[in-house]
Design a protein around this ligand. Structure first.
Ligand code: SIN
Ligand code: MN
Length: 208
């Protein structure tokens, strides 16, 4: 049996795909939608430990986690009980143009990184459909993103994701470990209070 190694086949990065005007327009759409689906602090399954990012979602389905029920997708906001706000049209357009996937995405996870917020190495594995890529849009301060292979022990590499950068985990990189080591404060003036917003766009169910 061949052992998969730190293979980044299918990982794509489009540096500066969104120009400043597009970043501002998307930022404004994100903030407007957050009024109907506010940020909340997600908690780890079992321990209930808070994650350092705050989250919300746009689209038909949202990724959530809490102490009692763990990682999952659901149609409603955990605090308000209301459906998630609609996915911004710009996000849908980026997916249609760049994902190479026939069906539309169902979930747009919004992560807000402030201060020393980070995201530990993990694989996106709560989706039914692993054939669809994951598209990631960065706004605000630069992130030190880390990506490895399909095994936790695979070597990793560090990639800086700046405001307006779009990257995609497709092919074998769809199952690769990845995370965010830290955010570099003061590297962008897009967000009024600084920090970084990442939009993670995903297909969750297998299209029928
Ligand atoms: C994630 O993997 O959920 C977020 C990645 C990022 O913030 O760039
Ligand atoms: Mn992820």
């Amino acid at each position: 049996m061949t052992r998969p190694t730190g293979d980044l086949d299918g990982f794509r990065l489009w540096p500066g795909l969104l120009d400043r005007a597009a970043q501002e327009a998307l930022r404004d759409e994100v903030f407007a939608r957050m009024r109907g689906g506010p940020l909340y602090t997600p908690r780890m399954p079992k321990s209930g430990a808070p994650m350092s990012v705050r989250m919300t979602n746009f689209g038909a389905l949202g990724w959530v986690t809490d102490k009692e029920r763990g990682y999952r997708y659901q149609e409603t906001h955990p605090d308000t009980g209301k459906p998630w706000p609609e996915m911004p049209e710009m996000v849908l357009e980026l997916w249609r143009k760049h994902s190479g996937y026939a069906a539309d995405p169902e979930a747009c996870l919004v992560n807000l990184y402030e201060g020393d917020a980070r995201m530990g190495l993990h694989v996106d594995s709560d989706e039914e459909d692993w054939d669809a890529p994951v598209l990631s849009i960065s706004l605000g301060d630069t992130a030190v993103f880390r990506i490895g292979g399909v095994l936790r022990s695979d070597p990793t590499r560090s990639v800086r994701l700046a405001s307006g950068d779009v990257c995609m985990l497709g092919g074998s990189s769809r199952r690769a470990y990845h995370g965010v080591d830290r955010i570099l404060p003061g590297t962008s003036r897009l967000l009024p209070k600084g920090g970084r917003i990442n939009l993670t766009v995903r297909r969750v169910t297998v299209p029928r």
